[in-house]
Design a binder for this molecule. Sequence first.
Ligand SMILES: NC(=O)c1ccc[n+]([C@@H]2O[C@H](COP(=O)([O-])OP(=O)(O)OC[C@H]3O[C@@H](n4cnc5c(N)ncnc54)[C@H](OP(=O)(O)O)[C@@H]3O)[C@@H](O)[C@H]2O)c1
Length: 256
Amino acid sequence: MRTTPARLALVTGGGRGIGRAVAAALARDGADVALAYRRDAAAAERTAAELAATGVRAYAYRASVDDLDSCRALAARIADEHGRLDVLVHSAGIASRGHSVADTDPAELERVVRVHALGPHHLTQALLPLLREAGRARRADVVFVSSVITGVNPAFGAPYAMGKAAMEALAHTLAKEERGNGLHVNIVAPGVVDTDMGRRLVRATLGVADIRERDAASPYGHVCAPEEVADVVRFLVSDAASYLTDQRIVVDGGTF
Ligand SMILES: NC(=O)c1ccc[n+]([C@@H]2O[C@H](COP(=O)([O-])OP(=O)(O)OC[C@H]3O[C@@H](n4cnc5c(N)ncnc54)[C@H](OP(=O)(O)O)[C@@H]3O)[C@@H](O)[C@H]2O)c1
């Protein structure tokens, strides 16, 4: 029997990949979880059902973070159906197509930056009243899943690097603005992770069909698992990180 209500965490991109692993890690720590997904309803419903089977409450919401109205509608549903939010994890993301600046379609640039930066801004803004309430009562957390790319800025990755750079600017700004309201705001920056996105990335950039072929050349003998990123998020939103905010933690096995 719970004596205090569980924390409620909203994880964007929570149906698959890193977001799914984050949702599972937070659920293991007893949080109720709401997953936001864009298209893959089956994956999100399956993840929610698996988490619910472990004894927490789990919900799946369709909401595209690249759309202001959709972000506002999601925030309104969280407010109406739950009336509270303790943890917000921005994990939804898309890769850019690997074109040079010279060849990038403006529509692609705008879409990628919207998903990684404008959407997280809109969604955070819409959820701030609930997060502040939680923060003033005890604590609230916002975690942004960025990437090592902001320190590398490789050729052929401008839309994604720009999106993540703007996301990190948002995170650092928000941390300073909301500390007084009890919010902890941090960034996790992974290198390549074994997810759909990571598998596509190694196929496109290295011509590697099976990401397992990268294990031997990777730190600690394996490509980073989504759970290894999730464990860092889990720490950041825990009481073990009670005096920690405005930090960026790189999870790449020391590659960069
Ligand atoms: N994998 C890597 O190597 C790697 C490395 C560094 C950083 N990251 C970052 O980690 C985060 C998670 O990536 P991942 O590897 O887990 O990717 P993934 O396996 O491709 O999953 C992406 C998730 O984001 C969701 N999503 C995409 N666009 C969305 C939108 N407009 N609105 C709402 N949800 C949306 C997807 O929803 P649907 O399931 O509905 O499609 C999916 O759940 C991303 O921000 C990515 O940039 C990944």
